[in-house]
Design a protein around this ligand. Sequence first.
Ligand code: NAP
Length: 309
Amino acid sequence: MAEKVIIVGSGPAGLTAAIYTARANLDPICYTGMLPGGQLMTTTDVENYPGFPEGRMGPQLMDDFRKQAERFGAKMEDNLVEKVDLTQKPFKVWPAGSADPVEAETVIVSTGAEPKLLKLDKEAELMGRGLSTCATCDGAFFRDKVIAVVGGGDSAMEEATFLTRFASKVYLLHRRDEFRASKIMQERALANEKIEVIYNTTVSEYLSADGKLTGAKLKDTVNGEETDLELDGLFLAIGHTPNTELFKDQLDMDENGYLLVKPGTSLTNIEGVFACGDCQDHVYRQAITAAGTGCMAAIDAERWIASNE
Ligand code: NAP
């Protein structure tokens, strides 16, 4: 028999959908994906999630969400979904390593987004060897080292500030002369004496020796001049790409791959398939908005099941 609800992804959106659908006795199964808990697993203090006046560590917050969903019977499968067929009902979802699909009456897509890369030579081989997209994961490897962060948004400010806990010096490399980050996060980063900002700069090449990053070639965006900067580590914080490849040619998406939902709902172009969280939101991208849309998806799914019974 088909499952009532399958949730793909386990960030704030997916886990909120799991809490709501579990409490509605819909016995949801949540495939937790590549990074169970989603992007907050790579964050430190979350200070803007309501209900925690002192803040909460990202991984702890996601663990709370998961336990809350499990308390009401949501089943967590720590696995990826490799393929879906949403063209006919019941929908079919293939977990990694499984020849047979799991069938479902409804699918809630909450696959989130992942860090963008610079797409320079040697990027893949240097990842984890001096190059990183996650300060929380890798910061501790750079105790008393000289590192740099690329980007000018909130992530770059947050990562640079966090990394000063370990590094002796953090360069903040930004391609313009103005940050897009919120004032409060800019001020925090700029006030930190370990952080030195280099404006109007892009990384044009990763420098390496013996398979390890040793620095970056920087290009001045105003006069085109190139200089080498010696580094022990380089962190990319330049935004995200939605994880929606799995749904290509089945679910409608915009030119950047963000899933399209009917305004004010979680409804996709396929009845019975709902989308929530960062895979459909390139505007707000907050844990609280992801959780809010996860709740919407759960209620939309619940109503859809009830009206089709
Ligand atoms: P973002 O706001 O999209 O910023 C990306 C930054 O990277 C921009 O400064 C951009 O430069 C730069 N960039 C993009 N592609 C680049 C490239 N190829 N080479 C060099 N630089 C490049 O992304 P984000 O900082 O990850 O933030 C995403 C959302 O999450 C935002 O809404 C943010 O407020 C939120 N967020 C909140 C918190 C918090 O409140 N604790 C923490 C992190 C993120 P340009 O400015 O020139 O475009």
